[in-house]
Design a protein around this ligand. Structure first.
Ligand code: UGA
Length: 435
């Protein structure tokens, strides 16, 4: 099948390469010519396990092409919109500029009957607003939200939990889109449920899923604050309540909170859209979810300050700038937000990360001084703060690091270290909601 993918960020690039790997002919378009050139030469512009190999393999197969020219998509019968919908700078709403620009650039080039499938996370109502334009250009619109996680993007795209089609209220158009999407996803449909619905429900499923995950994380983080006050242990508590199948163990890891380019902005955009629809109060609790998340960073800073008797003049090593392991994504990075608060308190901060160095350089103006390795980052430190649970940080040898730091104080912001091991090496250990 001939497909196009508009937007080659994490979502679009992985989707394009994965679709090519299952046998489709894919043209991926982006207006960022630098990114297009990098991908076309087989260089991944981000860190994502398994993506580099898949990219090279699909480029070599001749089934994947990258371009900045929309005319190259004209032969495709199915176009995926996979551009970003960040938070607007002036409000909590999602910025749909890229979605409307992508659709506007695409439509003059589609062939009659082509299907345009939105994958971007959008406020409910966006698809019905876009449908008229797509129909006037001779196409058919569908909404097909994406649920992949960074760090597992290739695996999640090849083996999704579910595939959702939001289809037009017009039966003829819905039928065209259904057949085209089924043809595209045929290799995945044998092993995962396919759910068919209206546009609005499909759009809402995505934001509701992310809001639920964010709520689950903030729930355990709120409980971790009570554990701290009561001298209880949130890791044992999470394990115990998670054994109840109705609750489940996943996304109950207390720590310095959720970050990244999705959860934080999606809960805000969801609330914003609900308010537009006159039901803002129904989602007021998401403001608390956001506030608990912020307070986890502030509490981490306060704990370190109390352990050190103040921050002014202290040197602190922050381990982890990526918002999660196996990624170099530094958007809404808990480690960088904490680094900024530590600096505001007068500390000097060394930030290190196994993968995010180049992304930080491109990002510019971030808090802390980037230091390439843990050993160098912790030299002379008064405290070490773990912000991202990279495997190599879990395995750090506390006895070896003890010889490099000025004071053996560690704040484990992901409850990822073994407290007994660190204490045995002479460290003062603090975790999150952990005795
Ligand atoms: C999230 C969703 O999990 C995906 O299903 C969704 O497709 C994606 O957003 C998206 O909207 O595109 P992602 O942002 O890649 O995926 O990362 P998550 O694995 O959800 O983690 C988000 C944050 O929560 C990370 O900072 C992580 O450290 C934190 N987290 C996660 C916790 O603090 N505790 C947990 O128990 C789990």
């Amino acid at each position: 099948m001939k497909l196009s993918v508009i937007g080659v960020g994490y979502l679009g690039a992985v989707h394009a390469a994965t679709m090519a790997s299952v046998g489709h002919d894919v043209v991926a378009v982006d207006s960022d010519e630098g990114r297009v050139a990098a991908l076309a030469s087989g260089t991944a512009p981000f860190v994502e396990p398994g993506f580099d190999g898949l990219l090279r393999q699909t480029l070599d197969s001749g089934r994947l092409h990258f371009t900045a020219d929309y005319r190259d998509v004209a032969e495709a019968g199915l176009h995926f919109i996979a551009v970003g919908t960040p938070q607007r700078p002036d409000s909590h709403a999602a910025d749909l500029t890229h979605v409307y620009a992508a659709v506007g650039s695409l439509l003059p080039h589609i062939r009659p009957g082509a299907v345009v499938a939105g994958k971007s996370t959008v406020p409910v109502g966006t698809a019905s607003d876009l449908e008229g334009r797509v129909v006037r250009a001779g196409g058919v619109l569908a909404w097909n939200p994406e649920f992949l996680r960074e760090g597992f993007a290739v695996r999640d795209t090849l083996k999704p939990d579910r595939i959702v089609y939001g289809l037009s209220a017009d039966a003829g158009r819905a039928g065209v889109a259904l057949a085209r999407l089924d043809e595209c996803y045929a290799p995945m449909l044998s092993s995962c449920p396919r759910l068919i619905m209206d546009f609005a429900t499909a759009e809402l499923i995505k934001v509701a899923a992310n809001a639920f995950l964010a709520t689950k994380i903030s729930f355990i983080n709120a409980v971790s604050q009570v554990c701290d006050a009561a001298g209880a242990d949130v890791t044992l508590l999470a394990e115990a309540i998670g054994l109840d199948e109705r609750i489940g163990r996943r996304f109950l890891r207390a720590g310095v909170g959720f970050g990244g380019g999705c959860l934080p902005k999606d809960i805000r955009a969801f609330r914003d859209r609900a308010a537009d629809l006159g039901v803002g109060e129904a989602l007021d609790f998401l403001a608390d979810v956001d506030a608990v998340n912020d307070s986890q960073r502030t509490r981490a800073v306060r704990t370190v300050r109390d352990l050190l008797g103040g921050l002014a003049g202290r040197r602190i090593a922050v381990l982890g700038a990526a918002f999660k392991p196996d990624s170099d994504d530094v958007r809404t990075s808990p480690g960088l937000l904490i680094a900024a608060e530590l600096e505001a308190g007068g500390a000097s901060v060394a930030v290190t990360d196994p993968a995010a160095g180049p992304a930080l350089e491109a990002h510019g103006g971030h808090a802390g001084e980037f230091v390439a390795g843990v050993q160098d980052a912790v030299v002379g430190a008064d405290a070490v703060l773990l912000a991202t649970e990279w495997e190599e940080y879990r395995r750090l040898d506390p006895a070896q690091l003890a010889g490099l730091v000025r004071r053996r104080v560690v704040f484990d912001g992901r409850n990822a270290l073994d407290p007994a091991r660190w204490k045995a090496a002479g460290w003062t250990y603090r975790g999150v909601g952990r005795r």
